[in-house]
Write a protein that binds this ligand. Sequence first.
Ligand SMILES: [Zn+2]
Length: 384
Amino acid sequence: MNTQTDQAVAILEKLVGFDTTSRDSNMPLIDWVADYLDGLGIASVKVTDATGRKANLVATIGEGDGGVVLSGHTDVVPVDGQDWHTDPFALTRKGERLFGRGSSDMKGFIACALAAAPKLLESKLARPVHFAFSYDEEVGCLGVGGIIDRFGIDGQKPAICLVGEPTMMKVVNAQKGCGVYETVLTGKEVHSSQTDRGVNTVIYGAELVNFIAGIAEERKQDPDPLFDPPYTTVNVGLMQGGTAFNIVPNSTRILWEYRNVPGDDGSDIRPRVDAFVAERLLPRMQAVYPDASVVTTELANIPGLAPEQDGPAETLIKRLAQQNATEAVSYGTEGGLFQEAGMSTVICGPGDIGVAHQPNEFVDIEQISLCMDMMDRLADHLQT
Ligand SMILES: [Zn+2]
């Protein structure tokens, strides 16, 4: 192991040690990273959320337009109820593997970026590198907007964004977007012997679920061979309502989502659901109980990443990661938001998405080492 990889592993140990589950504050981690950068003479900016409990961290090495953003999220998914064999918040080495929550998704990449900072500083970059470390990615990419806005304010317009989500260091140039929704049906509770006087939200909810399932079936007719599965998926993930067999339930909550391929923005799905509710459900519900309602709330809406034919990000990162091919993935990242803001964007980072969000998440040291090689080549590339 070379010293740069050692350094990245040491930083990863620090980062994993902060429990940055999305529901909690990420400030201790952000403060540590800011101090580390400050020690190198690199100024950073904390962009906090409305409560001041969470922050993005933005830092720039070099100056000018046309730089490269290294993007990572600092939050992790919960470990609640998972069968971990080691402390998830203490990086634990077993052989050539490092275990810990976020080791792969995605503190490994952030550790590599930070470990590369000294070399990036020395390299007298002709174009800058921007660190963009966000909060609340795992709960719907809620934080990163504060970073993207910032690039406008500072006047330094990056050209390329590399999102370091775990791809086993393969270059990913396409991903599905997603929309996440909550629909709450409110009806009228009565004794189950008097169904005619109640509004049964489980039964109306089932009609809605069935309608959503119909949209899911339709989407299968429209294949995009880049993806597996090769179409926009639509899923109902939770339906909750009722208390007992002999009570007509007055409240039902449904969580549903779609994950759209880049050629299908999915923008018709929510309006169709709304129209179904307005035309087919509400009139019947309100005929019995005028206060009956169906309210749908958008919880997240994340654009997909559209492949850019021979785009600048793809060309550069393929070279730096020494990859000839590109891949598409079905999971979501912040990449589409950077692309929407005008940056050529790809995803490439250490670790395996297959172990992310799982108990005993790990990253192989070799992956960290390959990512440090990429960082090295990035520093060399930006000198010229
Ligand atoms: Zn992630």
